[in-house]
Ligand binder design. Structure first.
Ligand code: NAP
Length: 255
């Protein structure tokens, strides 16, 4: 069991899915958690649930596509908990699924701004603090789509590939300051995102059944393990939940 007592960790995209499960798992391991997303009621509810079970949690409304929101989020963590030990760049969107030739440029740009610039905003705001204190963990929730082209997902594949490279670049600049920067590729996970993917019917991922997907608790446990020191051996790399060795290290079933 990971022990994150005394640590303060921010999770973006914590209103549902992987982010909500991660906030809960981190809090159960003793971390003080800040849940961030656009849906204020949902993050407030999730934070209250954590507090009801004896954990420490705060909700901060934040649109990661806006740098001022992310800056305020990081400041809130420092002023509330007096520290910043971890940042989980989890917020992401799959819509609008569709072909490039018929895509709406505004919607395409908005999705890539969330998936890519949102990660940049988090790293940009967190790094000066973590580098000054000579420790910290930044985890970006990546995707196999960063490395594999898929029909109808040009915005998603391109922005996840860019976020992956940004994560590797951040490692180059932060490693000597004791800051670990890693990417986690979770495989397919049973969340609202997969419901949208299935409804699109566009590519092979949409043909998967709900039973083919992992529960959100799996990436949540992986992220908690990474925040507990697991990231140090993998800084500058992508950790994949499809990797049996990684699953074993985290204590998840291998098959
Ligand atoms: P989800 O259930 O749809 O949750 C997405 C989260 O991102 C929500 O909390 C949403 O909250 C938040 N979000 C979206 N836009 C945001 C913005 N502009 N600012 C702040 N928060 C925002 O999806 P999920 O499956 O948990 O996805 C979490 C991450 O895992 C994403 O980065 C996704 O790409 C990645 N991933 C998922 C899978 C999968 O199979 N599910 C596979 C590989 C990678 P609000 O709408 O309230 O803002």
């Amino acid at each position: 069991m990971s022990d994150l007592s005394g640590k303060a960790i921010i999770v973006t995209g914590a209103s549902r899915g992987i982010g909500a499960a991660t906030a809960l798992e981190l809090a159960q391991s003793g971390a003080s958690v800040i849940l961030a997303a656009r849906s204020e009621q949902d993050i407030k509810h999730n934070a209250q649930q954590i507090r009801n079970h004896g954990g420490q949690a705060e909700a901060v409304t934040c649109d990661v596509s806006k740098y001022k929101d992310v800056e305020a989020l990081i400041s809130h963590c420092e002023s509330t908990f007096g520290r910043l030990d971890g940042l989980v760049n989890n917020a992401g969107v799959i819509e609008p699924i569709g072909h490039i030739a018929t895509s709406d440029p505004n919607a395409w740009n908005h999705a890539t701004t969330i998936n890519f610039n949102g990660v940049y905003h988090g790293i940009r705001a967190a790094l000066p603090i973590m580098m000054a204190q000579q420790h910290g963990t930044i985890i970006t929730v990546g995707s196999g789509a960063a490395h594999s082209a898929l029909e109808g997902w040009s915005h998603y594949c391109a922005s996840k590939a860019a976020a992956h490279m940004l994560t590797l670049c951040a490692h180059k600049e932060a490693a000597s300051f004791g800051v670990d920067v890693v990417s986690l590729s979770p495989g397919t996970v049973a969340t609202e995102m997969q419901i949208l993917i299935k409804a699109s019917g566009i590519n092979p991922v949409s043909q998967l059944e709900t039973s083919d997907h992992l529960e959100a608790e799996w990436p949540a446990k992986a992220i908690t393990w990474l925040c507990s020191g697991g990231a140090t051996d993998y800084s500058g790399q992508e950790v994949s939940l499809r990797d049996a060795d990684i699953r074993q290290k985290i204590g998840l079933a291998i098959n």
